[in-house]
Design a protein around this ligand. Structure first.
Ligand code: UDP
Length: 312
């Protein structure tokens, strides 16, 4: 089996991809600058012979010796508080990082899959979101650094495909959860679970009526694997269409954890999308993919992970 380079390999999604490709028999190179990634996520792979870790910022020139069969570009701060704290790095990794990965793919004759996002739809005016919706993004708002970097990433990836004939794949990832999410990454699921476990009030932003659709990480990894192995070039949504309001989600977490905390309300961040739900008819058609885990099934192993991490 060939070699796979996974950028952001020490992150939440990247580390699960390292596991999957290693299990499939590939030689895996994980690359990460560790600004939001954590070596603890891939520690178990260090003793394996078909695994290497490169501590590197992919916004700078990337060197990998020998052949490469696949590149998966997953490096980027991905949670709103991270990209608000690191706006320039977020833009660099989505633009220069993508350029370097595409250049490397061209040099090696490798197929590349880039991680795009439901954020390309911004605060969507079309619901649910289909791949042919162009989105509603504020380029100069606080989320613009992530959204526009990812939109640029998609455009650049398509340009390499059409101009150089590079084999490219683009996945649009919707809110995903599972073990190895950072407790303090500021996203709603780690926030609510750690607050509930600590007996603190759950902080819903705005009036909590905004919706999200949460995908369990194993389903996402399966979708990524299938898309990479397919011959489909245009962007594909991967996400679980089970939509829920943040209020209902808070209640679900309180019930699941047996917590007696309350839900309290804080200011809604600027440009926070009011609704989000993937239309997955394309993934069903071209990949034969659909989620296997309901939110409640996925929450079990996730809660177990958080229980082992939260210091009460
Ligand atoms: N949110 C919340 N409380 C928190 C963190 C987030 O109510 O402690 C809300 C946030 O305003 C958004 C939704 O939960 O409407 C999902 O936020 P997250 O940061 O998880 O991801 P997003 O989908 O916004 O990128």
């Amino acid at each position: 089996m060939g070699k796979v380079l996974i950028t952001g390999g020490a992150g939440f999604l990247g580390s699960h991809l390292c596991d999957r490709f290693h299990k499939e028999g590939y030689y895996v190179i994980a690359m990460d600058n560790l600004i939001t990634g954590d070596l603890a996520n891939i520690e178990h792979l260090f003793k394996e012979k078909n695994f290497e870790f490169h501590h590197h910022d992919v916004s700078k020139f990337i060197h990998v010796s020998g052949q490469l069969e696949y590149i998966l570009h997953f490096a980027s701060p991905a949670s709103p508080i991270d990209y608000l704290k690191m706006p320039i790095q977020t833009m660099k990794v989505g633009s220069l990082g993508t350029l370097n990965c595409l250049g490397l793919a061209k040099d090696k004759g490798a197929r590349i899959l880039v991680a795009s996002t439901s954020e390309v739809y911004g605060d969507p005016l079309v619901h649910p979101q289909k791949e042919d919706y162009w989105g509603n993004v504020n380029p100069v708002g606080p989320r613009g650094v992530y959204d526009e970097a990812k939109r640029f990433q998609e455009a650049l990836t398509m340009a390499y495909h059409t101009f150089h004939g590079l084999e490219t794949r683009i996945i649009r990832i919707f809110n995903t959860f599972g073990p190895r999410m950072r407790l303090n990454d500021g996203r709603v699921l780690p926030a609510f679970i750690s607050q509930a476990l600590r007996g603190e009030d759950l902080t819903a932003f705005g009036d909590g009526s905004q919706t999200r659709s949460f995908t369990y990480v194993d389903d996402l990894v399966e979708g990524i694997y299938r898309l990479l192995m397919s011959d489909y070039v245009n962007p594909v949504n991967i996400g679980n269409p089970e939509e829920i309001t943040i209020n209902e989600f808070g209640k679900e977490i309180l019930k699941l954890t047996g917590s007696e905390s309350r839900i309290i309300y804080k200011e809604l961040p600027e440009d926070d999308p009011k609704q989000r739900k993937p239309d997955i008819s394309l993934a069903r058609k071209v990949l034969g993919w659909e989620p296997k885990f309901s939110r409640s099934e996925g929450l079990k192993p996730t809660l177990e992970y958080f229980r082992s991490k939260v210091k009460i």
